[in-house]
Structures are given as structure tokens and as C-alpha cells.
Design a protein. Sequence first.
Length: 150
Amino acid sequence: MYKKGATTRDVYLPAGKWYDWWTGKAETGGRSVQRAVDLATMPIYVRAGAIVPVDPIRQYTGHKVDGPTTLKIYRGANGKYTLYDDDGISLDYLEGDSVQTLIKWNDAAKTLSLEPASKKTTTRTFQLELTPDGVTKEIQYTGQRVEFKF
């Protein structure tokens, strides 16, 4: 329940390891945590093993951006994510015209692998961001399977 003027909020985290989106602070799940809030800060928690793609700000769907997509990787568990891209304009995706990239995180080996998950591929730049380590790395993906060790 939201309350006018609230400065904290109780958030229930299911079992597992979680990270505060804003601070990167780790929390153990299976319990409620109290999070300071204000009008600009919504309490958001990310499960360990998550791979979250974040693009530069776009003003509209067709707006081309120059910067790389950031892949935020949250340590503490293995993770898997399929990144999906289409032209954002047509209905060609109904005919399978899209680029899909399978992204896997192996937590014990500290490796990230990318590989095509569709017939169509693309070349792009990714900025990798490892939480909570704070390590960042810019990589080039050419549409072929590749693995990066941290």
C-alpha cells in the first residue's frame, strides 16, 4: 500500500540473492526488507543471475541511438537471456524476420557467452557491467559464438 509522505517501503523478496537496482547492495531473500524511498526512487530488486539489457534513452521507437547496449549482469547465480531485435516498424517479425542473441552467464567460471539464436544475425557493441564487482568491459559481437572471461 502506498502512503502519502512515506519515506520507507517494505518489500518482500522471495528466497535467493537479490540486488538493489539503484545501489547494487546485496540482500538475502525469503524475507521483507525496508527500503528508503522518495518520489524519484521506486524500490527495485534484481535476482542474482539476471542479465538486464539497457539501451541509451530513446525519444521514440524509431529513434536511432549511437551508444552501445549495456548488459547488466548480476552475480551470484547462473543466468540466461535471449535478446530480441526487430526493425520496430513493420510486421516482418511475424515472418520470423528478427535477430535473437542467446546470452549466458556462468557464475562459477565468471564467463559470459553470446551466440546467435536465430538465422539472422547482426554486429553490435555491448557494454558489460558486472554487479556487485563494478567491472565494466566493452565488447564487439559479430554474430558468431563468443565467450568473455571476467
